[in-house]
Design a protein around this ligand. Structure first.
Ligand SMILES: [Zn+2]
Ligand SMILES: [Zn+2]
Length: 265
């Protein structure tokens, strides 16, 4: 069974634009997994709107997994065209609190949830749940260390695995152990690498990790490849090139996630 991931948004915190951001892209968190005939989307940041534009006005069948409710992970929802089609079949998996009740309502939005006729099911997920998406696709979950909470996902199919760890600040032993177990022997590990080790004194408690910590997690977990993700909007392409080179010295399978790129597992 084929298992591919396309990156529609790798930026953290807020979308950004400009020539200096062109290669790694400026849209926020969204991965599209194509597994056989199935489509699984992780997070609904502004990258989801780009996916919708590329897909065109056709109906879509997909499962959307939401890591958490922060705006950079859900802001693409109102602009995702397939949600408004009655012949789409889109299932949403999310933790509490509900990001959509307030996002898709006045005064923040002119559209409301009831207009999303293509949203056929919403499932509430608790950390530790194992989700059976059908067709041999299993999703394991773990709690991450992030203000308000967030879910890490391990999507498994046909002996392959992709693990997402965003948004997450290492440092709590019990959480770190659960994240390590989630990431163990993964084919592709995608990790929050917002900051550098130099930033840590100023950013403790913000709920994000560093590229150094992401590399160390990948090494400890025995991951095959690592994508550094949730790029700080202050980092342009040149800065991310430098981080990628340094990261490869620490974990040889590391690279910075690039919007628009596709990786086959
Ligand atoms: Zn975020
Ligand atoms: Zn967040």
């Amino acid at each position: 069974m084929s298992f591919e991931v396309k990156i529609w948004g790798a930026r953290g915190s807020m979308p950004c634009t400009g020539e200096a951001m062109r290669r790694y892209g400026g849209d926020t968190s969204c991965l599209e997994l194509t597994i056989g005939t199935r489509r699984v989307i992780v997070d609904a940041g502004s990258g989801l709107a780009q996916l919708g534009l590329a897909h065109g006005s056709r109906a879509l069948t997909a499962d959307i997994l939401l890591s958490h409710a922060h705006l950079d992970h859900v802001q693409g929802m109102p602009f995702f065209g397939p949600l408004y089609r009655g012949d789409s079949e889109i299932r949403l998996w999310r933790a509490e609190p509900d990001p959509l009740a307030s996002l898709l309502a006045p005064p923040l939005s002119p559209v409301t949830l009831d207009l999303m006729r293509g949203l056929t099911a919403i499932y509430i997920v608790q950390a530790g749940d194992v989700l059976d998406l059908g067709d041999g696709i299993l999703v394991r979950t773990a709690a991450l260390r992030h203000p308000g909470g967030a879910l890490g996902f391990r999507i498994e199919a046909d002996g392959k695995s992709l693990v997402t760890v965003f948004d997450h600040e290492p440092g709590d032993p019990a959480t770190d152990e659960a994240v390590l177990a989630l990431a163990c022997n993964s084919d592709l590990l995608v990790v929050d690498a917002t900051f550098d080790a130099n930033d840590v004194a100023d950013t403790a408690g913000w709920g994000h990790g560093t590229w150094e910590q992401a590399c160390d997690l990948a090494g400890s977990a025995g991951a095959r490849r690592l994508l550094l993700f949730h790029h700080d909007p202050r980092k342009d392409d040149a800065a991310l090139d430098g981080i990628e080179r340094a990261a490869q010295d620490r974990f040889s399978g590391a690279s910075c996630a690039r919007q628009g790129s596709t990786i086959a597992l």
